[in-house]
Structure formats: structure tokens, C-alpha cells
Design a protein around this ligand. Structure first.
Ligand SMILES: C[S@@+](CC[C@H](N)C(=O)[O-])C[C@H]1O[C@@H](n2cnc3c(N)ncnc32)[C@H](O)[C@@H]1O
Length: 237
């Protein structure tokens, strides 16, 4: 078991509480900020969702969606499973306990990929390798929903964000062996002709951002492709 898995296992029960002293409700507000902008979609992939708070909201706001959640920590996965069971949504959720860098979707694509405070776990070179692979899992016309910390360009907001970012990196280095030293901006990955930014919402004095990107192209359904072709088996919890 890696330091990261061990660390997040250890933190799992306390994760929701830990963020409260500094961020109060802002991280949860950021997680759900743009969910209402998503049209009804049929297949969603969640990466590193942690304790399942966002998963529960996704299941509520997307009642027809089948959700695959890839999370490395068995304890986080257990918390996700508990929330799914409370919602009676077992038949439309697949919980995969695996390193998302090694996980292959087996040819499946998704109408939406959600990455909440997940991409900040990776170094620039890891992102260069894996983020394009995760982005490629979004079908044409689909969505990439990214929620994460960002450092504002200037002023006291930048100083404040830099301070808290350094505190968090030290904490996660201590607890999970995180090797990332500072936040890596990921906007450039979405700069090409393939993606357009649909909406951005900023919270916590510019330190937290929710961004909804849309992939260009016609949705597969309009091209006569049935999503059933690539659906995962249900009840895979
Ligand atoms: C910083 S936490 C964020 C948790 C949650 N998404 C949130 O909004 O607070 C990162 C989460 O991603 C998971 N994670 C980190 N690296 C991962 C990887 N390579 N594969 C799968 N999950 C990973 C961790 O176990 C943890 O649950």
C-alpha cells in the first residue's frame, strides 16, 4: 500500500471536518457550484472523490446518470458506498478502488468527467502524462468539471492563497507523502481547439475555483451511437 493510500485512509473519517476551520463551507460550495449547469447526462466518471459528499450530490442532481467513481483509498471508498446505499442508488454506481493513473476505462467514454480537488495531487509531469488520458475519456460534446485551488494573480489574495497552499502542501506531504510542492495550473491543458470553458465560479477570495469545460463535437447519441454499447455492468459496488 502506498503512503498516499495509507494517508488518505487515515484521514478519511476526518476529511469533512478538517476543511472547516480554514474554509468553512467554501470547499463544499465549490464542489457543487456548477452541478446545476450540467444538463442531464447518462454516464459520469468521478476521479478521487474522497468521502463521497460530491458523489451524493451528483446522484441527487443527475437521477438518470450511471456513475463510475475511481478512488484509491479503501476507506474513502467505504464512505462513498455508505452514501450510495443511503440514497438507494447502488444499481447505478460502480465504485472502483484503484489508482486512477493505472485504471483503464476499457474503451468506455463518459458524458462527464468530474475531478474535485484531485488534480492537485499530481506533479506537472504526472499531469502531462495522465490528464490528457482522463480528458480523452470525455465523449465529444461532453463535459469536464474541475474543482480545485488556484493562486490568484496578485495582491493580498495571492499572498493569502500562497500561505494556505504552502500549509496544505506541508500537511499532505506529512500525512500522504505528497511530492507536489505547489499548485500546478491546468488551464493550458484545455486551451486547444477541442475544449471551451463554459463557466467558472470563484470562491474563498479567489483561492478556490470550479470550472466547467465542454468538449467540442457532437454528442455520440446524436450520431446514432447508443451509450448502452459501452455501459459498465451495474451493481459493481
Ligand atoms: C485531496 S483529496 C480530495 C478529496 C475529495 N475529492 C474532495 O473534494 O475533498 C484527493 C482524493 O483523491 C484520491 N486520490 C489521490 N491520488 C489518487 C490516484 N492516483 N488514484 C485515485 N485516487 C486518488 C485520494 O485518495 C483522495 O480521496
Amino acid at each position: 500500500m502506498s503512503d498516499s493510500v495509507r494517508g488518505y485512509d487515515r484521514l478519511a473519517r476526518w476529511y469533512g471536518v478538517l476543511e472547516k476551520p480554514v474554509f468553512r463551507k467554501d470547499l463544499q460550495l465549490a464542489r457543487v457550484a456548477l452541478l446545476s449547469e450540467l444538463p442531464p447526462v447518462d454516464r459520469i466518471l468521478m476521479l478521487g472523490d474522497g468521502d463521497g459528499r460530491l458523489l451524493a450530490e451528483v446522484l441527487r442532481t443527475q437521477p438518470s446518470a450511471r456513475v463510475t467513481s475511481v478512488e484509491q483509498s479503501p476507506r474513502m471508498r467505504r464512505l462513498q458506498k455508505r452514501r450510495v446505499t443511503q440514497l438507494g442508488a447502488e444499481d447505478r454506481v460502480r465504485l472502483v478502488c484503484q489508482d486512477a493513473r493505472q485504471w483503464t476505462a476499457g474503451g468506455e467514454t463518459f458524458a462527464c468527467v468530474i475531478a474535485p480537488f484531485f488534480l492537485d495531487c499530481f506533479t506537472e509531469s504526472e499531469l502531462e502524462c495522465h490528464l490528457p488520458q482522463w480528458m480523452a475519456l470525455v465523449e465529444p460534446g461532453g463535459w469536464f468539471y474541475h474543482v480545485d485551488f488556484v493562486v490568484p494573480a496578485a495582491g493580498w489574495r495571492r499572498l493569502r492563497a500562497t500561505f494556505w497552499s504552502a500549509v496544505m502542501h506541508r500537511f499532505f506531504k506529512w500525512q500522504t507523502g505528497l511530492t507536489v510542492r505547489e499548485l500546478v495550473p491546468v488551464e493550458a491543458f484545455f486551451d486547444g481547439a477541442d475544449w471551451v470553458i463554459q463557466q467558472t465560479q470563484t470562491l474563498n477570495h479567489g483561492f478556490v475555483q470550479s470550472r466547467l469545460y465542454r468538449r467540442n463535437g457532437l454528442p455520440l447519441a446524436t450520431l446514432g451511437h447508443s451509450p448502452d454499447d459501452t455501459r459498465p455492468p451495474v451493481g459493481g459496488m
